[in-house]
Design a protein around this ligand. Structure first.
Ligand code: BG6
Length: 299
């Protein structure tokens, strides 16, 4: 796009680039390069599996045991959870978006050096329980990673009720040396204690056993402080009222076929979305926007 090349050269910034490749399992994958970072995005699930700033370890955890196959979710990176979160009777866990091949709509190497990739979920299958909708996911790669999921209710009469969640897996040095900041005072459903309702009392959450919690009505930024890697990760969000924290710990890790026994030590999920009582009821013709910005800096 020559119109974009000129301002980029004038401002002294190199344009980002995108390569279309066969990824693992021969699934189509986009490899993005910018002056600051690299990223990998699978059309399968609109799944970002990799984001790495130059001179920093990768931001996203990926399991060495992940499947890369049609119909199977990828373990790690950022699964897009939509239109439901958790189990659903007679249907798969966490919705169909993460196991569907999304369509590539466009990629934009912009004049500021960033690259945006826009993907769209194919129309929902005939007979689906949902009124017609459009789901568009825009991933912007630069010195940080911004993810935006726009869902439009195309029905003229029916509301669209759904849950969404960007299920980010973060790479950490050691779970025992990590603190999560920003959820003090929030109410949460503790899935490890049969969804008991609790209130977060810690300024800094530390993890030393299985954790699976849905924090409700939470809109603020969460920080992961990782003293082993000497890094702070910021998860800043808009259009999200739920935060899910998950680490499977030892026993669950051993039960998961697509997750290594010791991998719980190097990951934590901090997920941003709208789930459970925070589900979205979208009136006809309206669009909901969920935006998450992931950034990092030295501690
Ligand atoms: C989390 C859920 O979001 O995802 C957990 O809160 C679940 O309950 C985890 O175990 C992983 O789910 P899945 O389907 O990817 O194994």
């Amino acid at each position: 796009m020559p119109a974009e090349i000129t301002p980029a050269v004038q401002s002294g910034k190199a344009l980002g680039s995108v390569m279309f490749l066969d990824g693992q399992g021969e699934l189509p994958m986009l490899k993005v390069n910018t002056a600051w970072s690299t990223a990998e995005i699978y059309l399968h699930g609109a799944h970002v599996t990799h984001f790495k700033k130059k001179d920093e370890p990768g931001l996203l955890f990926m399991s060495q045991c992940s499947r890369f196959a049609e119909g199977q979710p990828i373990r790690g990176g950022i699964p897009v959870i939509f239109p439901w979160f958790g189990p659903r009777e007679g249907m798969g866990q966490h919705g169909f978006a993460r196991v569907t091949a999304w369509e590539l709509k466009e990629f934009i190497p912009a004049a500021d050096g960033s690259v945006s990739v826009r993907l769209q979920l194919p129309d929902s299958p005939e007979g689906s329980a949902y009124p017609p909708f459009t789901a568009v996911y825009t991933i912007t790669v630069k010195d940080d990673l911004t993810l935006r999921l726009d869902v439009t209710n195309n029905s003229e009469i029916e509301s669209l009720t759904f849950e969404n969640c960007l299920h980010s897996y973060f790479e950490i040095g050691d779970i025992k040396e990590v603190s999560l900041i920003g959820l003090k005072g929030a109410k949460y459903l503790d899935k490890v204690s049969q969804f008991a309702e609790k209130t977060e009392s810690a300024d800094a959450i530390r993890i030393s056993s299985e954790v699976d919690r849905i924090y409700l009505n939470t809109t603020s930024t969460v920080e992961i402080q990782d003293s082993r890697l000497g890094r702070k990760i910021c998860i800043e969000k808009h259009g999200s009222t739920s935060t899910v924290i998950w680490n499977p710990w030892i026993a669950k890790a051993q039960q998961m076929p697509d997750f290594g026994n010791d991998e719980y030590l190097r990951m934590v999920c901090v997920e941003s979305g709208n789930v459970s009582s925070n589900q979205i009821i979208l009136p006809p013709g309206e669009t909901s926007k969920l935006e998450v910005k992931l950034s990092s800096e030295s501690l």
